[in-house]
Design a binder for this molecule. Structure first.
Ligand code: CMC
Length: 435
């Protein structure tokens, strides 16, 4: 990075002004390099929530929140979702370019021949309660993979990093489906490597050993699209967690487990689950007739109620993934003859009302991808508690691509934010009788 411009920071407390280099990316806002601020002034910057902070340099994913644009390695999500499948998208995120036919075949072969998990992993599932949240199971099982694949844990070896990436992408569907099967009390299904990545996942989810599962092309394509749309999203909370965990030199399985834990929260990946829970709640209270009352509650700051599946930290325009998911949603509902299902009808009405309401319009709160992806997943027969697991499956490639980029960066340092301390100043411990 070379600086063409500089910024000068002046102080009102007598500290001399300091000059910082400004770097330009290929697109997006410039960044002011403040790394020397502390050394030169003894001051930190203060930016909780990272509202104005770029924590890394990256070449993977770009979002323009005002335009509603999402690019993976420069390619618009709208084109990838229509012209590529999930594995091609994975190849792109990992390698920087789309594969040609031969590279695609080789990549698919490698991924599809790492789909089995160590047989002893199945015993982990038996240790969980049947009613455990599948995300709790997933956090545990993905972290536990580090105990099985010692042969690919040298993070400084690019081949080890690549093998770990393939293993994670390949084994996530097996683990996610196993978490579901365990919760249902059904036998775990072994992968079938002759199926496509997504058809194999659906078979492991919905098939049983008693009869052959017939994948439906429209539904496989819909789920594959969900995976593409969730594959990466630059430096969001879970990706930043993966980078921070990885910055200490932790192994990739442990780092991805940390990402899964962060994704679980309702303000992040848990939103599609929270959205369906919200729809069920409105349905119980009277359905479409009660939307007005519900919207009033959302607008009342004291109620603590949010319209789940609306709003985004970065998109202050339509989430481009939401548009694609809306189309997929219509296709799936039509394929399954569910257009008149009460939950789906309620969701569509809620969305229409919210999009016309001043509160949402003024705050630029549009439906995000999770509003529709929850509806599609419900229609596919995926239980609500599994939604975030599907998101984690999809995002694994993004996490591992971002982690790999960070490890390969010669400037990489352990992440260590500082703080504004407002607690007690130094004081002495009194004997217990005097406290
Ligand atoms: N319902 C009602 N009001 C909202 C909502 C919502 N979903 N989202 C934001 N607002 C209001 C917020 O109260 C604030 O109002 P005011 O200016 O009067 O105080 C204003 O809009 C700005 O909101 P903010 O909290 O400053 O926005 P943020 O960037 O910090 O939060 C968000 C982004 C995604 C956490 C938030 O919009 C939200 O909680 N949405 C619902 C959860 C959700 O759908 N999350 C999925 C995000 S997409 C998946 C992903 O990428 O992880």
């Amino acid at each position: 990075m070379t600086a063409q411009k500089t910024a000068t920071l002046t102080f009102s407390d007598g500290t001399p002004p300091v000059e910082f280099p400004i770097y330009e990316g290929t697109i997006g806002p410039d960044v002011v390099d403040i790394r020397k601020l502390y050394a030169q002034t003894g001051k930190f910057t203060y930016d909780p929530g990272f509202m104005s902070t770029a924590a890394c340099e990256s070449r993977i994913t770009y979002i323009d929140g005002d335009k509603g644009e999402l690019l993976y390695r420069g390619y618009p999500i709208e084109q990838l979702a229509v012209n590529c499948d999930y594995l091609e998208t994975c190849y792109l995120l990992l390698n920087g370019e789309l594969p040609n036919a031969e590279q695609r075949r080789d990549f698919e072969y490698r991924v599809m021949h790492h789909t089995m998990v160590h047989e002893q992993m199945t015993r982990f599932f038996q240790g969980f309660r049947r009613d455990a949240h599948p995300m709790a199971v997933l956090v545990g099982c993905v972290g536990a993979l580090s105990a099985f694949y010692h042969d690919s844990l040298d993070i400084n070896d690019p081949e080890h990093r690549f093998v770990s990436a393939i293993r994670l992408i390949a084994k996530m569907p097996t683990l996610v489906a196993a978490a579901y099967k365990y919760s249902m009390g059904q036998p775990l299904m072994y992968p079938r490597n002759d199926l496509s990545y997504t058809a194999n996942f659906m078979r492991m989810m919905f098939g049983t050993p008693c009869e052959e599962y017939q994948p439906n092309d429209v539904l496989v394509r819909a789920l594959d699209r969900i995976l593409i749309l969730h594959a990466d999203h630059e430096q969001n909370a879970s990706t930043s967690t993966v980078r921070l965990a990885g910055s200490s030199g932790a192994n990739p399985f442990a780092c991805i487990a940390a990402g899964i834990a962060t994704l679980w929260g309702p303000a992040h990946g848990g939103a599609n689950e929270a959205c369906l829970v919200m729809l069920d709640e409105i349905q119980k209270q009277g359905g479409i007739e009660k939307i007005g009352e519900f919207i009033d509650k959302v607008k009342d700051k004291n109620s603590g109620v949010k319209l789940m599946g609306f709003g985004h930290r970065v998109y202050k325009n339509y989430d481009p993934r939401a548009k694609l998911m809306e189309e997929t949603c219509a296709e799936v509902l039509q394929e399954l003859g569910l257009q008149n299902d009460p939950t789906f009808a309620l969701a569509m009405k809620l969305e229409q009302i919210a999009r016309e309401d001043d509160y949402f319009v003024q705050r630029k709160l549009y439906p995000n991808v999770d509003f529709y992806s929850g509806i599609v997943q419900k229609a596919l027969g995926i239980p609500v508690s599994m939604f975030t697991c599907i998101f984690a499956l999809a995002r694994t490639v993004g996490w591992i691509a971002q982690w790999g980029e960070m490890i390969a960066d010669p400037d990489q340092k352990i992440g260590r934010p500082r703080q504004l301390f407002t607690g007690p100043v130094r004081r002495d411990v009194k004997p217990i009788a005097e406290r």
